[in-house]
Design a protein around this ligand. Structure first.
Ligand code: WTA
Length: 630
């Protein structure tokens, strides 16, 4: 049964109902799922602790809602279509029944290796269907998965293994990305030296040579060989942990955002169906990686819960050429296409030639996620990809929100370039000024908060509840603070303005400036550093690092490259600074605080609007920084 809205007035009516009677509203939606036992209390909450519980007392397994509930009608429907990196390799289609069997088999294999309900399992895999199988098999047996983006370094991987005390790592031998073959297992081996686990299961993708530790490392195909696919799903409590996903914040260490079972399930399916207006038979494609929340909610869980066909792409947008996305849209007759503004801008730079010759007439809906979409990219996407006929859903949300919070419903909500438009039913937004006063009415700008719980919201940060409280619930009383600035225009439409904290958004990837600084400081010749974001044509924001160094006998170029390598090694290539400026000092106040505002202005090139520098300990340092600007 679908809870899809069909008209603007229907949306407005539902929205009002969802605000007036949230519990009744969500109970109605939740009733269409398969429960082993119905819940007792729809919602219990307070934002002080915070303590939020949805559907308490309910018993279920999320995978039974994907499989058992739908197999009868959808057994032969493709669940996943997989498109490999190399267009000459065959694509794969996996039906719901086949996926069910694969998940059952692998769930049994995990159990045979001693993985139990509540154990944490790290998934560090390329974009292959087995990555989704791995997630679902964990959910099937009640193990908590934590997917780590396979582009992260061994150090980042080790940190995450240690933080969640993982029992096992699921990985692959290698990974194909564009014309590169990347060693994956070797990275895992390095991580395991620092962060040992009991079991490693390796999916063979590239066939490259790997080292297998006897008794610890097993091949995926061997652990499932001869194993039955019959698996009885573990019965979970509504609030049992489903997964942990690490994300960056304004302090140094990434935090493990915790999502629980029932609320996440209800909200991802509901939001998926409504935002994308998915109809049975449609082919839906989200280009994200499963290592990010977008991949969790809108490649795997949301679409599969809705019985959709979800396309998974292993490669990159520019391989073998800049027409690859459009070749895939044509080949698989994609109806809904969901990507990030950075990809749009990168492809826009190639002009319209790579699009020509491809039949994009199957497209009905275009989506955008991860960062603000600038008007120029919006129009290009609308005109050249959507041919003026596909609504663009600019979806605003976060790892912590679990699902899409603000977005047009495709074809229903009138769109406006660069606006995420209106909140989904159940989402009670609130704009506050810096003192926490709510700014009511339209035509206001401030910080974006949410003042009432929604089912897929963050429950805690793994192993450190206080950090969750501090980060999201202490800035403004009784509100969840998003960290984003926002404007509500005269029509009541929301436009997200970007982060107001020390988080930067590089190509749609969240990065904490402190995290990058910590990595830079690991270089033995670095004395101190300060990192800021600056506007970047393709990436949205680029990373600008100001570094004080002991030059020893290095040349500047030499040192800059070494620092970039250090960051790459410690976090991963995505965190490599775009610009590194060696500086003699940093602008600090008399109390020793770095004045980032000034550094941001220099990085932006806004040299004539530096503002007041009189409180600086050494104002001359600013002159020197301006002189050496990159
Ligand atoms: C930004 C990604 C503007 C925002 C789903 C948010 C956006 C952060 C949009 C979360 C959008 C995401 N318009 N900004 N449509 N979508 N953001 O956790 O700053 O990787 O706080 O989740 O991305 O990034 P995350």
């Amino acid at each position: 049964m679908s809870d899809r809205l069909h008209t603007l007035s229907g949306y407005l009516y539902e929205y009002q109902k969802s605000i007036a009677q949230p519990e009744e509203f969500w109970a109605r939606i939740a009733d269409s799922f398969f429960w082993r036992k119905r819940w007792n209390k729809t919602l219990k909450w307070n934002f002080q602790d915070p303590d939020v519980r949805w559907f308490e007392g309910g018993k279920l397994n999320i995978t039974e809602n994907i499989f058992e509930k739908q197999l009868f009608t959808l057994g032969d429907t493709p669940a996943i279509i997989w498109e490999p990196n190399d267009p000459n390799e065959a694509s794969r289609t996996i039906t719901y029944r086949e996926l069910y069997e694969e998940v059952g088999k692998f769930a049994n294999a995990l159990k045979a290796k001693g993985i139990q309900k509540g154990d944490r399992v790290i998934i560090y895999m390329p974009m292959v269907p087995e990555a989704a199988v791995a997630m679902l098999a964990c959910a099937r047996i009640g193990a908590v998965h934590s997917v780590v983006f396979a582009g992260f370094s061994s150090t980042s991987l080790a940190d995450r293994i240690i933080d969640c005390k993982a029992k096992a790592v699921l990985t692959s031998d290698g990974n194909y990305r564009g014309n590169k073959k990347i060693a994956v297992k070797a990275v895992v081996d390095e991580a395991l030296e620092k962060a040992p686990v009991e079991t490693v299961i390796v999916y063979q993708r590239t066939g490259q040579e790997v080292v297998m530790a006897p008794g610890r490392d097993f091949w995926w195909h061997e652990v499932i060989a001869g194993v039955s696919s019959a698996n009885k799903a573990e019965v979970m409590d509504a609030e049992d942990m489903l997964f942990i996903l690490y994300t960056s914040g304004s302090t140094g260490k990434p935090k493990g955002v915790v999502h629980t079972t029932a609320g996440y399930m209800v909200y991802t399916k509901y939001s998926f169906e409504n935002v994308f207006q998915y109809s049975p038979g449609d082919i839906y494609w989200c280009t994200a990686d499963i290592g990010w929340i977008t991949g969790h909610s809108y490649i795997v869980y949301g679409p599969l819960l809705a019985g959709a066909t979800t396309l998974m792409f292993e490669g990159v947008p520019t391989y073998p050429d800049a027409g690859r996305f459009w070749a895939i849209v044509e080949k698989h007759k994609v109806n809904q296409f969901y990507t990030a503004p950075t990809a749009i801008r990168a492809l826009q730079a190639f002009g319209t030639e790579p699009i020509e010759g491809y039949d994009l007439s199957s497209l009905k809906v275009l989506g955008s996620v991860g960062e603000p979409i600038n008007e120029e990219a919006w129009h290009w996407y609308h005109t050249h990809i959507g041919k003026g006929k596909c609504p663009i859903v600019d979806t605003w949300w976060q790892t912590e929100t679990g699902g899409i919070m603000v977005s047009p419903l495709a074809g229903i909500t009138p769109t406006k370039p660069a606006y995420a438009t209106l909140p989904l039913p159940g989402i009670q937004l609130c704009i506050v000024d810096s003192e926490g006063n709510e700014l009511t009415g339209n035509g206001v700008e401030g910080n974006l908060c949410v003042k009432f719980p929604w089912p897929s919201m963050i429950r805690t940060t793994y192993g450190d509840h206080e950090r969750c409280r501090q980060t999201y619930f202490s800035t403004y009383k009784n509100m969840y603070f998003t960290g984003d600035g926002v404007k509500r225009d005269h029509d009541g439409y929301y436009r997200i303005l970007g982060r107001v904290d020390d988080v930067i958004n590089v190509s749609g990837h969240r990065m904490g400036t402190a995290e990058v600084e910590n990595a830079i400081n690991e270089h033995p010749l670095v004395i101190e550093s300060a990192v800021v974001g600056y506007p970047h044509e393709v990436k949205g924001q680029g990373i600008y690092a100001y570094v004080i160094c002991d030059m020893k006998n290095r040349t500047e170029d030499n040192l800059v490259n070494e620092i970039k390598d250090t960051v790459s090694k410690i976090i991963g290539p995505i965190a490599k600074p775009d610009k590194i400026q060696i500086v003699p000092g940093l602008p600090k106040t008399r109390s020793g605080k770095i004045m980032r505002r000034i550094l941001r202005k220099v990085a932006e090139g806004a040299l004539d609007s530096m503002g007041d520098t009189s409180t600086l300990l050494d104002p001359e340092v600013v002159e020197k920084i301006i002189e050496g600007r990159k």
